[in-house]
Structure formats: structure tokens, C-alpha cells
Design a protein around this ligand. Structure first.
Ligand code: ARG
Length: 290
């Protein structure tokens, strides 16, 4: 690591929508033009991350695994430790072996310290359902449509950090990262209708009202909550003006990228990336916490 935020992305060369495991996906509507637009969109996202000061490593595409372009689902990563995902749907389970070897190679190069397997019988879809809140020092853990509730305690034990459970209420917002995005400085962008009443009560308990930024249904439908935040910069899919104004007025600068083909798979900026350099504590205390 060289001090720059370090992200993994996947070459979009084999991306398409050829099955349906969430309500955004319609294989019949997918065309070769969408594939070309996906390559352009992925390149723009990479460029936006690099302009914002990040380093991006791109892993290879694999034919037959179109959703490999969403590496956020591959693992939870903190302090150099990688907790490998287990996908709920058979359509994505072939990604597990690919991502395992990606992390093994990263380990050999010194970018990863330890690789941990999830216990049998549990599903967990990585950083899509375990979002590190740097300001608060804990994970928010989504569960329901994809990740098992029981997997959250594995996340807690693996990283020695609290995991605040949030049950997702809808099939459309099936990963926590589709409806929930903590921002640097403690603000939280989220879409309330995606959560159960209990989950909303938890959010309200943990995040005071002045730090909560509610997305409207239009903003959520544009998958803009699925954003990458680097300091005061927020990188996301094309945003309705309302959202741009809301975030600007809170001091954030928006970088928008046309990610339409990926939205047709139910994903956007955050889940097209996996951040590898997240840390919870200064190096000395990481060892003490183990
Ligand atoms: N088609 C993919 C799926 O349904 C999209 C995944 C998007 N990832 C995310 N973390 N939101 O699994």
C-alpha cells in the first residue's frame, strides 16, 4: 500500500445480464450495445477513482460469470484481513473460487495479510452487506435477501468489531450497499423505505437526525446511494438534480458516471469496486486487538 486508497475492479469484458436474481435484471432486454456501454462506463468509473487519488487494480473477466464485475460482493476486508463471501444464488457461486485466487495472489504480493473462510451453512455477500463506518468504528451489517443474519456474528468475530444488524425489507434493495452509504464526516445517505421498522429504529438510534440524508425513491432507483466516498468526493451513477443539491449543500462534491448497463444488473459505483486498504486502528493497536 502506498497511502492511496486501493480498489479492485473487474474487467467488464464478459459482463451481461443473462439471468435474473434480482428485480433489476431482465435478460431479454440486454443488447450488444449495452455491452459496449458497460466497457465505457467501467473505464470512466476507474478514471474517476484515479482522479480522486485512488489506485485501481483490474482483475480479469471470466466467461460465464457476468457478475464478477461486482467485486464488492467478493469479501469483507479490514486491516488486511479478508473474509471470503459465499453467494446465495448458484449463478454467482462460481465467482467464489476466482476471487479466492485473486486474494491469494494479492496476499503473495503483500496487499493482504490473512484470508478467512465463512463457516458452512451461511451466506454472506461481502462488502455489499458489511459496510465499514470509519467515523463510528463499526460495521453496518445488512441481511435478509442475500446474507444470512447468522453470518454477521462471523464478521464480528473475524474483525473484532461491532456489527450493527440492519434487516433489508425489499427484494429491489437486496444488498445494504444499494440503500445505505456512510460518508466521511459522519453523514449517512440512505433510503428509508428499503429497511424494516426495526432497522430504521436502529439507524435513528445510532445516527442523529442532523447527520441523516434521506434519498427519495427516484434517487434510490437511479442506484445513486451505491456510491464510493473519498473524503468530500462522492462518486456515483448519474444523479437526479435533487440529490446533487442535497449533497452539495452538505459540503460533498459529486462525480457522476454513466453506469446504466450495470444498473440493469442491480449494481452501480460502490459494488463495482472493493476497497482493500481500509483500516480501523493505528497499526500498533491492530495487533493488540487480535
Ligand atoms: N446482478 C448482481 C446480483 O444480483 C448485482 C450485484 C450488485 N452488488 C451489490 N453489492 N449491490 O448479485
Amino acid at each position: 500500500m502506498d497511502g492511496r486508497p486501493f480498489f479492485v475492479m473487474t474487467d467488464p469484458g464478459c459482463f451481461d445480464v443473462s439471468y435474473r436474481i434480482n428485480p433489476w435484471m431482465d435478460p431479454d432486454a440486454w443488447t450488444p450495445d449495452d455491452a459496449a456501454a458497460a466497457c465505457a462506463g467501467s473505464a470512466k468509473l476507474r478514471q474517476a477513482l484515479e482522479v480522486a487519488g485512488a489506485r485501481v487494480e483490474v482483475i480479469g473477466a471470466v466467461r460465464g460469470l457476468p457478475d464478477l464485475v461486482f467485486p464488492a460482493n467478493a469479501a469483507v476486508v479490514l486491516n488486511g484481513k479478508v473474509l471470503l463471501a459465499r453467494f446465495r444464488h448458484p449463478e454467482r457461486q462460481g465467482e467464489e473460487a476466482i476471487f479466492r485466487s485473486v486474494f491469494q495472489r494479492l496476499k503473495a504480493r503483500g496487499y493482504v495479510r490473512e484470508i478467512v473462510d465463512l463457516s458452512d451453512g451461511l451466506f454472506h455477500e461481502g462488502a455489499g452487506d458489511a459496510i465499514w463506518d470509519h467515523d463510528r468504528g463499526f460495521f453496518w451489517g445488512g441481511y435478509g435477501p442475500r446474507s444470512s443474519r447468522g453470518a454477521l456474528s462471523v464478521v464480528r468475530k473475524t474483525f473484532g468489531r461491532e456489527v450493527v444488524p440492519l434487516q433489508l425489507a425489499t427484494e429491489a434493495f437486496y444488498h445494504l450497499d444499494t440503500c445505505f452509504c456512510p460518508l466521511a464526516g459522519g453523514q449517512l445517505l440512505y433510503y428509508p423505505a428499503a429497511f424494516t421498522a426495526d432497522a430504521l429504529a436502529t439507524i435513528h438510534e445510532r445516527v442523529p437526525e442532523h447527520q441523516r440524508i434521506e434519498a427519495t425513491s427516484d434517487e434510490a432507483a437511479a442506484l445513486c446511494v451505491n456510491a464510493v466516498n473519498l473524503g468530500s468526493t462522492v462518486i456515483m451513477a448519474r444523479a437526479p438534480d435533487t440529490l446533487r443539491q442535497k449533497l452539495n449543500s452538505r459540503g460533498y462534491e459529486l462525480i457522476e458516471v454513466d453506469l446504466a448497463p450495470f444498473i440493469r444488473s442491480g449494481g452501480a459505483a460502490y459494488c463495482m469496486t472493493l476497497r482493500l486498504d481500509r483500516t480501523s486502528l493505528p497499526a500498533a493497536s491492530i495487533l493488540a486487538a487480535e
